[in-house]
Design a protein around this ligand. Structure first.
Ligand SMILES: C[S@@+](CC[C@H](N)C(=O)[O-])C[C@H]1O[C@@H](n2cnc3c(N)ncnc32)[C@H](O)[C@@H]1O
Length: 253
């Protein structure tokens, strides 16, 4: 069952689509390789995903679906899932423009109307991984995956969240929030609800749903990285010293 937070998140992402993500879609869909996080770490330097040719992939919180599009270009068979109609409309517009087509499903990552054990890979890049309740979407990812299937997701790093002041602004070099009890986060003046967990809790949750953890990649900005223009809550200088994002890989037993 989906959480009551989904409608607020859909409203927030309808606005984000009009403000930013629809306009960014051409550039993002033109890529042939996934670039992780706000400092664009190329997947080839991280080596998290591997060969996806022929894999059935579900993207949970696909947004404008550029991650699925890149995987489709690499031979995967993706299905994009997202609860925000405006984001899926951009994805459909880009499918028509590029000819890269795959199914899109309007649903929360917490309650996905797709069959059990139908996928080899479940992936989320700042999608369900940040915007859905982990106690609801991790069980769904486990249900959707075949035995041996992989779950790969990226979200804000634990440390970036702990160093974020209560009023949205730049990530600082001081701890601003307690680790214990971190879970559901709202920002003043924003409709959306984000979810963050301590690492120990992610590990417990993943293992409870049958996952073995393969890797936790802590993403670092490159030496020549410059400050992000749009997602400017963190500087390149900060991200060369601490991870802005964390990228988890787990395998279903
Ligand atoms: C940053 S965008 C995501 C990702 C995609 N990689 C992109 O950049 O287009 C976040 C997405 O999470 C979606 N979202 C919000 N609540 C969700 C939920 N409960 N389950 C799955 N996705 C959700 C939003 O609709 C939005 O499209």
């Amino acid at each position: 069952m989906s959480s009551p937070d989904v409608s607020g998140n859909v409203a927030a992402w309808t606005k984000a689509n009009a403000d930013h993500t629809d306009g960014a879609a051409e550039r993002q869909w033109s890529r042939d390789e996934i670039e992780w996080g706000v400092f664009h770490a190329p997947e080839s330097t991280i080596g998290c995903i591997g060969d996806v040719a022929g894999l059935d992939v579900v993207e949970l919180g696909c947004g404008t679906a550029y991650v699925s599009a890149i995987l489709a270009k690499q031979g995967a068979k993706p299905v994009g899932v997202d609860p925000t109609p405006a984001q899926l409309a951009t994805a459909r517009r880009m499918q028509a423009a590029t000819g890269v087509e795959f199914p899109l499903v309007e649903a929360s990552g917490e309650s996905v109307p797709l069959a059990d054990a139908a996928f080899d890979l479940a992936i989320s890049e700042y999608g369900a991984s940040l915007w859905a309740d982990p106690y609801r979407w991790i069980p769904e990812a486990a249900r959707l995956l075949r035995p041996g299937g992989r779950l790969i997701f990226m979200t804000n790093s634990n440390l970036a969240q702990l160093c974020s002041p209560p009023v949205a602004g730049h990530v600082t070099e001081q701890l601003q929030r307690p680790l214990f009890g971190m879970y559901r986060t709202t920002w003043p003046g924003e409709q959306g609800v984000e979810y963050h967990l301590p690492h120990g809790e992610w590990i417990r949750l993943l293992r409870a749903h049958g996952f073995e953890i393969e890797a936790l990649h802590e993403l670092q900005a490159a030496e020549d990285a410059t400050d992000p223009v749009y997602y400017d809550y963190v500087t390149a200088d900060w991200a060369r010293k601490w991870p802005t994002e964390e990228l988890w890989a787990a395998r279903k037993r």
